[in-house]
Design a protein around this ligand. Structure first.
Ligand code: TXA
Ligand code: MG
Length: 336
């Protein structure tokens, strides 16, 4: 199958989606692997193309909360308020759904489903023109870093999908926050950290926001099925390093004869000399989050023994950055 990249034309990819084909689309977080969420054969193809375990449910991308409500059974008392504030945006909400309203392939057999309205005009137009909600797992081969530009999707999935809608580089760079609103009597709980942070939600709702136990304690089983899988790993081993230990780590590992790639902020990299150095756009945690997956992919193309990536504080957006980095590094951190 030829994989066609669409830049301006949305009518053709919308038609392909309508007819049951798989087309990748941009969002503000990462690129999604799109298919008609109501067409179970199309959804099955998404799992096959990605090599994704079938018990890992998909996010249903909608153009409005109204569209999502067609499938939702119970609306959490805080839902309207949360949607008003954070949609469209990088926040996925889990609700109990009307039994049978979405194919079992979408929900992984759960009685709940995940919904998100992306903050990207192109994507909302595509959903609108397709006329159906779209599933959209990250458009990478399962286990690889999520794609943040059309080129990453092409690299992983060329020949396996009908098309890619090219919307340029993703602004956020990691997947949406997943917030569980499925129990109307329970407080909202974060199942996956993202750009809508725990602090933002707590401030806005004026209440404590819980994190799923496994986000606090690695040994617990996550409530969000996808969080249990190894994720985001390039082929080259990745190791985390605290910024203050970076120079020592480089000296040490080079002395061991390792070919090193570094991914860090511009200031952190000053004066460091290794095989390959990649800097985030600036010193901010936003820039680090935006550049993490793209940096891992770029360094993975080179013939390196190890990729060193600097850590950030685990607050605000740093929680999402560190969640993805820890998985990429399989928890390995440079010890002084
Ligand atoms: O930013 C994003 O969310 C991107 C873009 C493309 O929208 N999509 C994305 O999809 O990251 P995916 O499939 O890679 O991640 C969906 C996550 C998984 O961790 C999955 O287990 C969880 O959401 N999830 C889906 N349905 C769920 C449900 N009913 N209950 C709990 N977790 C659910
Ligand atoms: Mg993913």
């Amino acid at each position: 199958m030829d994989t066609i990249i669409y830049k301006q034309d949305l009518a053709t990819p919308a038609q392909l989606l309508k007819s049951g084909q798989v087309v990748a689309f941009p969002t503000e977080t990462v690129y999604g692997l799109g298919a008609n969420a109501l067409d179970k054969e199309a959804v099955k193809q998404v799992f096959a193309v990605k090599g994704r375990p079938s018990d890992n449910p998909l996010i249903v991308h909608v153009e409005s909360f109204e569209q999502a409500k067609k499938y939702i059974q119970t609306i959490h008392p805080l839902a309207e308020k949360i949607v008003q504030q954070f949609w469209p945006g990088p926040l996925t909400l889990i609700f109990e759904i009307i039994p049978g309203s979405l194919p079992q392939e979408v929900t992984g057999g759960l009685t709940t489903a995940a919904f998100r309205m992306p903050n990207a005009k192109l994507t909302l137009d595509l959903i609108h023109q397709a006329g159906v909600p779209l599933v959209g797992p990250s458009a990478n081969t399962s286990g690889k870093p999520s794609p943040t530009c059309a080129g990453h999707v092409y690299h992983d999935l060329q020949g396996k999908i009908a098309g890619i809608v090219d919307g340029g580089n993703c602004q956020v760079g990691v997947e949406s926050t997943v917030l569980d609103l499925s129990n109307p009597e329970a407080a909202p709980m974060i199942l996956r950290p993202g750009a809508i942070t725990r602090e933002m939600l707590a401030d806005f709702l004026d209440m404590e926001i819980l994190l799923d136990k496994h986000l606090v304690k690695e040994s617990e089983t996550p409530k969000s099925p996808g969080m249990k899988y190894k994720h985001y790993s390039p082929n080259t081993p990745v190791m985390m390093v605290q910024p203050e230990n970076l120079a020592k780590a480089v000296a040490d590992l080079k002395a061991q004869g390792k070919k090193l790639g570094l991914l860090a902020s511009p200031k952190q990299l000053v004066g460091l000399n290794t095989e390959l150095v990649l800097a985030y756009e600036d010193e901010s945690v936003e820039a680090a989050t935006k550049g993490l997956f793209a940096g891992l992919r770029a360094l993975d193309e080179q013939d390196l023994d190890l990729i060193l990536v600097t850590t950030t504080a685990e607050t605000g957006l740093g929680q999402a950055y560190m969640n993805r980095l820890k998985k990429a590094a399989a928890q390995k951190i440079y010890e002084v």
